[in-house]
Design a protein around this ligand. Structure first.
Ligand SMILES: Cc1cc2nc3c(=O)[nH]c(=O)nc-3n(C[C@H](O)[C@H](O)[C@H](O)COP(=O)(O)OP(=O)(O)OC[C@H]3O[C@@H](n4cnc5c(N)ncnc54)[C@H](O)[C@@H]3O)c2cc1C
Length: 452
């Protein structure tokens, strides 16, 4: 509580939109939610605080889309994510901006080019007819009778209001839900996964660098540690990019001087983390140039516009995805998305912990994880879903975020059409619509299927 404060005067805020569906946040989940809602005929507005869409995929940049496939055996994969995600892949393919799935043992990613993704996202959202407001930050939410009545946006033209029928919070940090008074959890008793600043290196001999295994890189970075480099993390892979000579590295670890993760919902800690992340990026540039084959002439060509946040506020929903659901490969009958991504934990030491699901297996995310508790016209999707700290370590990656967003968009449009609250919808109808649009609710892994 601040003791020194000012009182802002009341003011009139113009209402600029009254859409059926308002999607806040234009990352993987928000893009899919807006496209799905608009495709289903709902008047949809997508607002994004940056000047481009993509969220973590473009503002942070990633090595590849993860959680889109699962492992069958040493050679074969199965697809776990379909629907709108496939359209994204196809549009990137036409621009030569995506590579086939790349395996590092049992870790699978689909490398993509992040600058092109921004244009593809514009194209996709326009194709489905959603209206976009960029440079628009949701700054306040007004709730009347347990419903969000208006969302106030901070824009270059001042504050404006939107009065939607349904809101989908895809901000990644639960900004809308929390402002509306919905409960949330933050990490394991406040301690979240570590964030990372991402960067790309150019001038890399990719024939040499691309052949390095994760264990080999780890040994080389551990050698740098023994020679005096204070590296917070040595577990990483080299992510090839569709562009020649460029690789993406996910290797920094945003820790405070006491070794603990920053609270990336705290403005002062977020500022310190941004600065620390850039410092580490250049430290790793030096270490890779000195110690890792193929990187002798490498230089940083870009650093994410913002730190990467793996985990922040997890919004409380009607249902919660739990560790036992992921570990047990539970396939709930009311699932609206599924994935086979492991529990990937960035929580301590210089390593990353990977706990893989059995080959050929996967789990489902129930619709209730998208239905915010206590506010009648609010859905959430993406990395701020209703999940426990451990379960989110799997469900947070881009593939399931696309799928959750698509499901939330379908549900939001259906709720508008029927004039009911999202939680009153028959999940079977949402599932039917998702499957008609090519979403995968039962992956064909050639093995286990059915409900468990
Ligand atoms: C360092 C790091 C590495 C990762 N590596 C991978 C990987 O290799 N592969 C993979 O698949 N996944 C990876 N992930 C996870 C994954 O990328 C993300 O969890 C996923 O993309 C999240 O999508 P999202 O749409 O839920 O949220 P985000 O991508 O965070 O999108 C949220 C969007 O909302 C906007 N926003 C936020 N608040 C507001 C507001 N108040 N008003 C308006 N707009 C707002 C943001 O600007 C952003 O565009 C990684 C994550 C991190 C942090």
């Amino acid at each position: 509580m601040f003791t020194n404060a000012i009182v802002e005067p009341a003011r009139r805020v113009p209402v600029v939109d009254e859409p059926e569906v308002l999607v806040v946040g234009g990352g993987a989940a928000g893009i899919a939610a807006a496209c799905a809602a608009s495709r289903a005929g709902a008047g949809t507005v997508l607002v994004e605080r940056h000047g481009f869409l993509g969220g973590t995929l473009t503002a942070v940049t990633l090595g590849g889309f993860c959680g889109t496939h699962g492992v069958v055996d040493d050679e074969r994969l199965f697809r776990a994510i379909g629907g709108l995600y496939l359209d994204v892949e196809e549009r990137l393919r036409r621009r030569d901006a995506v590579l086939p799935p790349r395996r590092h043992g049992r870790i699978i990613g689909v490398p993509y080019e992040s600058a092109t993704f921004k244009a593809v996202a514009d194209e996709l959202v326009a194709h489905h007819g959603a209206r976009v407001r960029l440079h628009a930050h949701s700054a306040a939410v007004y709730v009347e009778e347990e419903r969000i009545a208006s969302v106030v946006l901070e824009t270059r033209g001042g504050r404006v209001a939107v009065r939607p029928r349904i809101v989908v919070d895809c901000s990644g940090d639960g900004d809308v839900a929390v402002a509306a008074g919905v409960g949330f959890s933050l990490g394991d008793g406040g301690r979240t996964q570590f964030g990372s600043t991402m960067f790309r290196l150019g001038n890399v001999d990719t024939a040499v660098a691309g052949a390095l295994g994760r264990a080999e890189i780890r040994d080389l970075l551990e050698r740098a540690v023994t020679e005096g480099y204070d590296l917070p993390r040595t577990a990483t892979g080299v992510h090839l990019n569709p562009l020649e000579g460029i690789v993406h590295l996910n290797v920094t670890r945003l820790r405070k001087p006491d070794g603990e993760p920053f609270d990336l919902t705290d403005p002062d800690e977020l500022t310190a983390a941004e600065i620390e992340g850039r410092r580490q990026a250049y430290l790793y540039e030096e270490v890779f140039r000195r110690f890792v084959p193929g990187f002798g002439r490498a230089r940083i060509v870009d650093i994410g516009a913002t730190v990467g946040i793996r985990e922040s506020r997890l919004v409380h929903g009607e249902k919660t995805l739990r560790e036992s659901d992921v570990r047990g490969c539970v396939k709930p009958p009311d699932r609206i998305a599924c994935t086979a991504w492991p529990l990937e934990s960035h929580t301590g030491g210089r390593g990353t912990t990977w706990e893989f699901l059995p080959d050929g297996d996967w789990y489902g995310i129930p619709f209730g994880c998208l239905v915010a508790k206590g506010v009648r016209n609010l859905l959430v999707a993406g990395r701020n879903l209703s999940a426990t700290h451990v379960a989110q370590a799997s469900a947070r990656v881009a593939g399931p975020c696309f799928a959750m967003g698509e499901a939330a968009g379908v549900a939001a449009a259906m709720a508008c059409r029927r004039g009911v609250e999202p939680r009153a919808l028959e999940v079977k109808e949402i599932q039917g619509e998702l499957e008609r649009q090519g979403a995968i609710l039962t992956p064909d892994s050639g093995q286990r299927s059915g409900t468990r």
